[in-house]
Design a protein around this ligand. Structure first.
Ligand SMILES: Cc1ccc(-c2noc([C@H]3C[C@@H](O)CN3)n2)cc1F
Length: 330
């Protein structure tokens, strides 16, 4: 089997991308953030503290004839931005892009932190990282990808994110109409559970490409691109007036600035991120100061190829016995 689901940016800044996910019988459709950087499928629910729900769609297990409580199971997640959620676990039928996992662990939130409450466009997350990252106790539960991989024509899913428009996630198939040229594959280190790979270098604008190993994760749930200080400094050195602002917590510049393209290497291939993607968004609505789509990864401890990078490429997440990432321009 194979399938495809449209994914849309939740706002004009492409802060996150959501997909419709059907849960239960009859179907309850929630808009979930597909996150290759985590491995819990969790949802706002009828069990979520009422004051912490603000416009989200909720999953009500009691209204589903196929829901089952997983007795004694709990979960708790914390994301890179320190946001959190936690709760209990049900199993139910889950369908994404026409592909069904008949008994998917659905982690039902009893509580969520303020940044989830204030984000009415996200009804939860669907983690597509490796099972080692799953937070369920006393034992981890499989991801949706893990539950369907055996039924897929090919053990892969692909990401085709776009700037300010709908893209797609495909399952079980590599649609060659979605990219140009050829795919270049790189090895994935699944420890501790991210899609972690080594980029072969970078280029800033028309400057010479710098061949150097840059280890990072392909993370659809992170908005921006986070790289080593030296690379980030070299990039913004080409942007007059750019500064690393304590006030805004990162590199900012005049919104009127023209930013150079940023190239990252994957093997012998090169992915070009248009400078316009790095002129990310005003620091506050209407401000003439803009926040960069490329930021410093020092405080994170790992480099993250988030949506700013991913939306410049077509990416194959290959979950075969030797996991790997395929990259192509588009
Ligand atoms: C309100 C909100 C907060 C965080 C996230 C979030 N989703 O994925 C990620 C990244 C960081 C890393 O933790 C795993 N992938 N962060 C989504 C939200 F809607």
């Amino acid at each position: 089997t194979s399938g495809s689901v449209a994914t849309s940016p939740i706002d004009s800044s492409d802060d996150a991308y959501s997909i419709p996910v059907s849960i239960g019988t009859p179907a309850q459709v929630l808009n979930l953030d597909l996150d290759t950087g985590s491995s819990d499928l969790w949802v706002f629910s009828s069990l979520t503290t009422a004051s912490e729900v603000n416009g989200q769609n909720i999953y009500t297990p009691s209204k589903s004839s196929t829901s089952k409580l997983v007795s004694g199971a709990t979960w708790k997640v914390k994301y890179g931005d320190e946001s959190t959620s936690s709760g209990v676990v049900y199993t139910d039928k889950v369908t994404v892009g026409g592909i069904t996992a008949s008994s998917q662990a659905v982690e039902v939130a009893k509580t969520v932190s303020a940044s989830f409450t204030s984000n009415s466009d996200i009804d939860g997350l669907i983690g597509m990282g490796f099972d080692s990252l799953n937070s369920a106790k006393p034992s981890a539960v499989p991801t949706f990808f893990d539950n369907i991989i055996g039924n897929l024509d090919s053990p892969v899913f692909t990401a085709d994110l776009k700037h300010n428009k709908a893209g797609s996630y495909d399952f079980g198939v590599i649609d060659s109409s979605k990219y140009t040229g050829s795919l270049t594959y790189v090895a994935v280190d699944t420890d501790p559970g991210y899609w972690k790979f080594t980029s072969s270098g970078y280029g800033i604008g028309s400057a010479a490409f710098k061949s150097t190993s840059v280890v990072g994760i392909a993370d659809t749930g992170t908005t921006l691109l986070y790289l080593d200080t030296a690379i980030v400094k070299a990039y913004y050195a080409t942007v007059s007036g750019a500064s690393n602002s304590a006030t805004y917590g990162g590199w900012v510049f005049k919104c009127s600035a023209t930013l150079p393209n940023f190239v990252f290497g994957v093997g012998s291939a090169k992915i070009t991120i248009p400078g316009s993607y790095i002129n990310y968004s005003p620091v506050t609505t209407g401000s003439s100061t803009c926040f960069g789509g490329l930021q410093d990864s020092t405080d994170i401890g790992i480099n993250i190829f988030g949506d700013v990078a991913l939306k410049a490429a077509f990416v194959v997440f290959d979950g075969s016995d030797t996991p790997r990432l395929g990259w192509a321009s588009k």
